[in-house]
Design a protein around this ligand. Structure first.
Ligand code: GLP
Length: 261
């Protein structure tokens, strides 16, 4: 696991965007995994700018979202399918039908999970997965206690997650759905490269557990300590509870020329 700590969020977003751009330049039909939430927004802005500048094309690429609320109507602005359409899909040149999300309106939600995992595999598997993390350590919508080997599945949201996400629902927790259809940690671990973004003091505990805690379903992201290509990109506030912060800063500042994200 590589940890990059920077004071400025835009430096982190730039590193993430350049990683995706390089992947698409080397492999135009690459599969990109998209996360919702505020943390990856700067990455999407930079990808859209790179597309406008003619540096990158998504025409042959695929996009797969991490998760979706169950039961939000198709036109709901917080339906993650709509959030990602606005944040990135509509701002670049994806070919029609190339960006997918778990179907939170499926009549058979149990079958919708494995179907989604098969679609990812048929597209070739995720090359770069963008991730955030919840204040309670949830990744995608994998809440504490989730199985590390699970594929895409239905997950009940914790009260903490619903309170955190109520800011997108007029501050009204009762409007936040109680269930989601989310890629499991097993699905996420199959991605070839993982980039996880977090900003702010509210993420400090979850980041300390993710990077330095014992691998435990109590903190679902800790299984990613086992991933061979995992980078955590965080600001100073999110890094504030790390025991070995100075070491991570030193390692990044003294990286070898070929060591990149
Ligand atoms: C939601 C999403 C997660 C995301 C988390 C953090 O719950 N399902 O994928 O990581 O929010 O969001 P933010 O980046 O806004 O803090």
């Amino acid at each position: 696991m590589r940890v990059i700590i920077e004071r400025r969020k835009d430096v982190l977003a730039e590193l993430g965007a350049e990683s995706v751009i390089r992947t698409l330049q080397e492999k135009p039909h690459a599969v990109i995994g998209f996360a919702t939430g505020s943390s990856p927004v700067g990455v999407y802005e930079r990808l859209a700018a790179a597309y406008r500048q003619g540096r990158v094309s998504f025409r042959e690429a695929w996009g797969f979202q991490l998760d979706e609320y169950i039961g939000l109507p198709e036109d709901h602005p917080q339906r993650y399918r709509n959030v990602i359409r606005d944040a990135i899909e509509s701002r670049v040149d994806f070919s029609p039908g190339r960006v997918h999300a778990p179907d939170g309106l499926a009549s058979d939600l149990e079958a919708a999970g494995p179907r989604y995992d098969r679609m990812i595999e048929q597209a070739g598997g995720v090359d770069v997965q963008i991730l955030g993390i919840g204040s309670n350590g949830h990744v995608a919508f994998n809440e504490p206690g989730t199985s590390f080997s699970a594929g895409t599945h239905v997950e009940t949201l914790t009260t903490q997650t619903r309170i955190d996400n109520s800011r997108f629902f007029d501050g009204d927790v009762s409007q936040v759905p109680t269930h989601s259809l989310t890629q499991g940690m097993g699905t996420i671990m199959k991605a070839r490269r993982l980039l996880l973004f977090a900003h702010g003091e509210g993420k400090a505990k979850a980041i300390a557990q993710l990077v330095e805690g014992a691998v435990s379903a109590r903190w679902p992201g800790t299984i990613m300590q086992h991933h061979p290509d995992m980078t955590v990109l965080i600001d100073e506030a999110a890094a504030s509870q790390l025991e070995l912060g100075d070491y991570y800063r030193f390692a990044w500042q003294n990286r070898l020329p070929w060591q990149t994200v």
